[in-house]
Design a protein around this ligand. Structure first.
Ligand SMILES: C[S@@+](CC[C@H](N)C(=O)[O-])C[C@H]1O[C@@H](n2cnc3c(N)ncnc32)[C@H](O)[C@@H]1O
Length: 244
């Protein structure tokens, strides 16, 4: 259990988006100076993601213990949605706080980069509210955005154009010249029938799949392929660039 007067250190390390070789040299150094890795285990469907973290530790800092913290249960249909999310975040922060060693350095391995659609830095702020007294260092990582563009060998923008990074849910409402879409549970590209799409799933892993074409031509087929891949592997992570 945490001692209020003990100084701890947390390394928040961006580990890249799927390939263990995405780690920067800086990330490897940060991992090697950590005494323990604390990983949030999000259950069976994300088992591959926990395994990816194990692979990274085995490869770059063998012998470093991994403490897997099971993500607390969440009510998906609560009467008060905001209150339930607040309760869930608080419980998650407390579990992670309890898992930290009383002293020394703990590493949180963050998928991609900690700045992009990730809650680790927010959770650490919550942990401070619960009594954490730690210094924190953040090491950047290769994002899924970069994994996508490199896999297709493309730029996100044509010369001088702006770029939007958004979620499947928010895509519908906003402007779009070049939109990189993440966290799409479905096939939000169907809302942009006149766009070109560069799509990638399981980027950087041995399951990687890439597709490119006009939404009007491949959109429906891609939606079916995504559903089939999710069925086959039990989970999917995909990202895409839409350009008008
Ligand atoms: C919670 S966000 C985390 C993003 C991460 N922090 C980053 O920097 O890429 C998860 C989303 O990232 C995208 N993503 C992450 N890794 C991916 C991969 N290997 N292949 C395809 N999409 C990926 C998907 O859109 C997924 O829904």
């Amino acid at each position: 259990m945490l001692q209020m007067d003990t100084m701890q250190h947390i390394e928040v390390i961006g580990i890249g988006a799927g390939n263990p070789d995405h780690l920067t040299l800086q990330a490897v150094e940060a991992l090697r100076r950590s005494d323990v890795v604390v990983a949030l285990d999000k259950g069976d469907t994300k088992a591959d993601l926990l395994n990816a973290r194990r692979e990274i530790v085995d490869k770059h800092a063998p012998g470093t213990p991994i403490v897997a913290v099971t993500d607390p249960e969440r009510d998906r249909n609560p009467a008060d949605y905001k209150a339930e999310v607040e309760r869930w975040h608080q419980e998650r922060a407390q579990l992670l706080l309890d898992a930290l060693p009383a002293e020394g350095t703990a590493a949180f391995l963050v998928w991609g980069d900690p700045s992009l659609y990730d809650s680790t830095l927010r959770i650490i702020e919550r942990m401070r509210g619960l009594g954490l007294n730690a210094t924190v260092t953040v090491t950047p990582g290769i994002t899924a955005v970069q994994a996508l563009t490199a896999a297709h060998g493309i730029l996100i923008n044509r010369i001088g154009e702006d770029i939007r990074i958004t979620t499947g849910r928010a895509l519908v409402d906003g402007p779009m010249t070049n939109a990189v879409v993440m966290l799409d549970g479905g096939a939000a590209w169907m809302h942009a029938p006149d766009a070109e799409i560069w799509w990638g799933a399981y980027l950087g892993t041995d399951k990687q799949v890439l597709r490119h074409g006009l939404v009007s031509e491949i959109g429906i087929d891609l939606a079916q392929e995504k559903a089939a891949l999710r069925e086959k592997h039990g989970w999917i992570m995909d990202i895409y660039l839409l350009r008008k």
